[in-house]
Every structure is written in C-alpha cells, then in structure tokens.
Ligand binder design. Structure first.
Ligand code: NAD
Length: 339
C-alpha cells in the first residue's frame, strides 16, 4: 500500500508529546501540521497538553509505546485520513527522564528505548516517514577536564552503574535508528540533546534548575550536590524546539549535538535564581548523588554550519520564564517556609 499526502496539513507523530520538550514541540508543529501525540504519562503531565486538546488538528493517544500500535485502527485518527495519507514525520521523544526515576523505572527506560523505538521505526518504514530521534548528551558519558563533546566522539559509559538504564538505553536506541537507516531505508536524524530547561519541567524531580526554583520559591536553601564549582550548560526550551524543527527539515540524515555551548558554575546558577526570585535563602553543599553525572559542554559547530541553528535565549530570560511557571504552579511546590 502506498500512502500519499491528500490533506493540506502533514501528519506528524510526536512520541512523548505530553512531556516537557514534547509538548512545546507539539505547540510549534500545530501551526502547519496535524499532530498525533502518543504518551503514557509515565513521566509526562496531562496538564502540558490540556490546551492542545481543544485544537482540532491535535489528537492524543494514551498508549505505552513498548507495545506496537496500529494507527489505522484508531477511530479518533480517521479525520487525519491516516489510512490513505499515512504519516509524513515521526519525532521520538518518548523516554522516562527524571533522574530520580532511574531507581523506579529502569526496565521501562530500557524497554522504551529498545522496543518502543523499534515500534516507532516500524511505523517509519511502513509510512516512509522521516524519523527524528531525541537522544542525549548522556551517550558520551562524563567529560574529561573541560572537553567539549563533538558528534564524532564515541563516549565512555559504565554499563552497570546507577544511570546505565538511561545511558545504555539511549546508546542502543541510536544504534537501532542508524541501522534502520542503513538496512530499512529510514530517513533519520538524531538529536543529541544537552540540558534543556523551561516552563513545564516537572518541579522537584531531581533536575537542578527546577529543584533550585522550587526551593527558592518555598524559602528553602538551594542544595548543590557535588562541587559548587562544577559546570553545566542550559538551553532554553524554545531554542531546543527550534533546533529539532530545523533538524527535521534538514536535507540530510545525520547526528547533531543540540544544546547551549555556554557553561555556568552551579553556584552562579543558584545565586542567579536566588536573586531573580528575591528569596531570602542561600545555597548549601551536599555530597554528589550517585545518579547525577558530571555534565559536558556541546560543540555545536555542526548544528551552526549545517542547520543554521544556535541558542538565542539569554539564561536569565529563560530562568525568569521558568520561575513565573513555578509561581503559577505553587501547588506542586510543597510547603512554603516563612522567609
Ligand atoms: P519528559 O519526561 O518530560 O518527556 C518524555 C515523555 O515520554 C513523557 O511525557 C513520558 O510520559 C513519555 N514516555 C516515556 N515512556 C513512554 C512509553 N513507553 N510510552 C509512551 N510515552 C512514554 O522528558 P523531556 O525532558 O521532555 O525529554 C524529552 C526527550 O529528550 C527524552 O527522550 C529525553 O531523554 C531527551 N533529553 C532531554 C533532556 C532535557 O534536558 N530535558 C536532555 C537530554 C535528552
């Protein structure tokens, strides 16, 4: 059966579309496309797609991607004529992500990266859809000194450590995508995403910026796990979405680092959040947590040269928007201590 585009809008599937980055990506894609969002809410939030549910060009399917899915059997997708038009693009962002969840969801993480990615790649084969896979900086492992990671770097990972389900899952998924490219003709792109932040990140889930913001907004000291001198980089979510869209539209297959090349010390981020919130708190040091890895800095030369992409949002502006989101979601912050 061959599928031909018959509607004005392309059919685009976003796996993990109820998550933090995925929901912002759905927002952007809806300007020109029909969007099929698949998510099982394992780490995503219904609230992220509440407004989108009212858009007639958006359809949500609650499904665990570890199981195969037959889109043509779903009555809610009849309006997108999937039976005849198929899919034009697939974005795979599905993966349990919160560092704290590694302990709770290790098997789900491995299976989503393996079986889940395979099920989506089979849809890409069936519909001849272009496939963008959201990988991660974590495939590189920890940086040596101030090394910047290039796409050609092979990385070095502990296959049995506390983060192995995520790191090895992501590495396996990349290999699966590349081999579906080589042997099943899938037109693929891989985005190696570095730390991204912004509104809709779950507060208090073990990632540094939302944890700092949640603490500052509830007048609790900000805890820096490991050395306050440790560096990391932070890309604002609208820039990341722009990078993913540009990568999907790029003419050639390939692997690209997407992230901010500007590195900041943990203590400087903590202080910036304290200043921006006006919290009467300071930061304190604690022993590094076993599941938190040292962060690397991306070399984004390839993305700059081939996609014309680089992050535009100033860290301070992104933090301000994320703090506003935290303020509007006070109910998830926990008890507020008096200043
Ligand atoms: P997120 O947890 O908010 O989004 C992931 C979404 O995938 C969630 O909504 C979750 O419910 C869904 N999901 C997970 N397993 C699923 C399954 N089996 N079936 C259906 N849905 C499933 O995370 P995010 O921060 O938006 O990350 C999106 C992608 O980008 C992930 O693949 C993540 O690994 C990658 N990434 C993110 C960052 C970052 O800093 N946010 C950094 C590197 C890589």
């Amino acid at each position: 059966m061959s599928y031909t585009k018959i509607l004005d809008r392309s059919n685009v599937l976003v796996a993990g579309g109820a998550g933090f980055i995925g929901s912002h990506l759905c927002d952007a894609l809806l300007e020109k496309n029909n969007v099929i969002c698949i998510d099982n809410f394992i780490t995503g939030q219904e609230e992220n797609i509440d407004l989108l549910m009212q858009n007639q060009n958006f359809k949500f399917i609650k499904h665990d991607l570890i199981e195969p899915i037959d889109l043509e059997a779903l009555p809610e997708l009849e309006v997108f004529k999937v039976k005849y038009q198929g899919l034009q693009q697939i974005y795979n962002l599905a993966c349990p992500t919160s560092p704290k969840e590694y302990h709770h969801l290790p098997i789900e993480t491995l299976l989503t990266n393996s079986q889940g990615t395979r099920n989506l790649l089979d849809l890409a084969v069936k519909y001849k859809a272009r496939f963008l896979h959201a990988s991660s900086a974590s495939i590189y492992g920890e940086p040596i000194a101030n090394q910047k990671f290039k796409e050609a770097d092979w990385g070095s990972i502990d296959p049995v450590g506390p983060r192995s389900c995520y790191n090895e899952g992501k590495r396996f998924a990349e290999s699966l995508v590349v081999n579906y490219g080589n042997y099943r003709s899938v037109d693929f792109r891989i985005a190696r995403i570095f730390n991204t932040f912004g509104p809709r990140m779950k507060l208090q889930d073990g990632r540094m910026i939302p944890d700092f913001i949640a603490h500052a907004l509830t007048n609790q000291p900000l805890t820096i796990y490991g050395s306050p001198e440790e560096i990391s980089t932070y890309c604002y979510v609208s820039d990341m979405v722009d990078g993913l869209l540009k990568l999907m539209d790029h003419s050639g297959a390939g692997v690209f680092n997407l992230g901010s090349p500007e590195a900041y010390k943990m203590k400087d981020i903590a202080q910036m959040i304290i200043d921006l919130t006006g919290a009467k708190v300071s930061f304190e040091e604690a022993e590094a947590l076993p599941y938190l890895a040292k962060q690397g800095v991306p070399d984004i030369t390839l993305a700059k040269e081939q996609l014309g992409w680089f992050p535009l949002t100033k860290l301070e502006d992104g933090l301000r928007a994320t703090i506003n989101y935290g303020n509007a979601h006070e109910y998830v912050l926990g008890p507020k201590l008096s200043a």
